[in-house]
Design a protein around this ligand. Structure first.
Ligand code: SF4
Length: 330
């Protein structure tokens, strides 16, 4: 394992990692980890870690659909674990902490979407994947930050209702105004991590004038506009940002996204430098090695309900429609 934690700490976690690896075999389980998990949860099995797959929301959704093991332990937040369960309902899906929420997902309910539909009859509703199953169940299609533009373009309507991310909706609308030729009716949800990338990015751009800025779609539109106007930034999904770093010769980047994505990128691109205000998602950080181990220990026991995702079957059926439509278009 790469050592950013100190030897004493690494020695203390070796028994936990070993037990997780053993229990995964015994209980026929896989671990799926999001890029915003702490780096220890992203180290793959073949590198001595615990993860079977690391990805962004779309990558994890696609992977979850094809998992063959009986049990999926999802190291991410609950709306993601719900999506995994909807896509592969014959498997058991567990999350190490049920309180791993998301400020975007909790900003809107199914009843809110129904009110929007009454207010704007006939206008299609696109739900960012960061929504709970009940909300997805009343939307026309889902999208992730990776496929949002393609999906928004697919509707003939000149108006789109986009939920729940205000900044992502504005950024999409601003960036593709002429190509999309659509008005966006946008919900007022915000990611409490990405909304914090404001003057801190401007000041880092002054300190590191040669650095390119990597901006996630969920960053405020004012920051995106400022960085793009200064001529050296790109806005995109997590996967877009990683691919851009891979494809360019530029060596220094300012990252406007979750702190541990910076650590992940440092591990992926050892010859490149990533500067970030290091703002972490407290929901993602509820998941750690210890509660991942606790989850695996609980599988097949009377305690497993504490970690197991369960959804109303009719909600699952309805929510599967917009998710699968998105996957078909991805
Ligand atoms: S980083 Fe933002 S969008 Fe992602 S889980 Fe955390 S609060 Fe939600």
């Amino acid at each position: 394992m790469t050592n950013q934690y100190g030897n004493a700490y690494l020695e203390s976690i070796v028994p936990i990692v070993n037990e997780i690896r053993q229990l995964k075999k015994e209980k026929n389980a896989v671990v799926l980890s999001h890029y915003y998990m702490s780096p220890l949860l992203q180290i793959s099995e073949d590198q001595g870690g615990i993860s079977d797959f690391v990805g962004d929301s779309l990558g994890l959704s696609l992977e979850a659909k094809n998992v063959k093991a009986d049990n999926i332990v999802f190291c991410g937040v609950t709306f993601m674990a719900e999506t995994a369960y909807i896509l592969n309902p014959k498997k058991n899906v567990y999350i190490p902490d049920m309180d791993a929420g998301c400020s975007l997902a909790s900003s809107i309910t199914a009843a809110d979407v129904e009110k929007l539909r009454l207010e704007y009859p006939g206008i299609p509703v696109i739900a960012y994947i960061n929504t709970y199953a009940e909300t997805k169940a009343v939307c026309d299609i889902c999208c992730t930050s990776r496929n949002a533009v393609k999906i928004a373009s697919s509707f003939d309507s000149d108006k789109i209702i986009f939920i729940p991310d205000k900044f992502m909706g504005k950024n999409l609308s601003n960036s593709f105004k002429s190509a999309l030729n659509k008005d966006f009716i946008i919900w007022n949800g915000r990611c409490e991590v990405h909304e914090q990338f404001l003057e801190n990015i401007d000041s880092l751009m002054t300190t590191y004038p040669a650095a390119e800025v990597l901006l996630h779609w969920e960053v405020p539109d004012t920051t995106v506009d400022m960085a793009l106007a200064k001529g050296h930034g790109i806005v995109g999904s997590t996967a877009d940002l990683i691919k851009h770093v891979q494809d360019t010769d530029i060596k220094q980047f300012i990252l406007a996204s979750e702190c541990d994505l910076g650590a992940t990128m440092k591990g992926m691109f050892k010859d490149k430098q990533f500067i970030t205000p290091c703002i972490t998602c407290n929901y993602m950080k509820k998941i750690n090695l210890q509660n991942t181990l606790d989850t695996l220990r609980a599988i097949g026991t009377e305690d497993e309900y504490k970690y197991m995702i369960s959804l109303d079957p009719s909600i699952m059926e309805k929510a599967a429609i917009p998710i699968n439509k998105m996957i078909e278009m991805s």
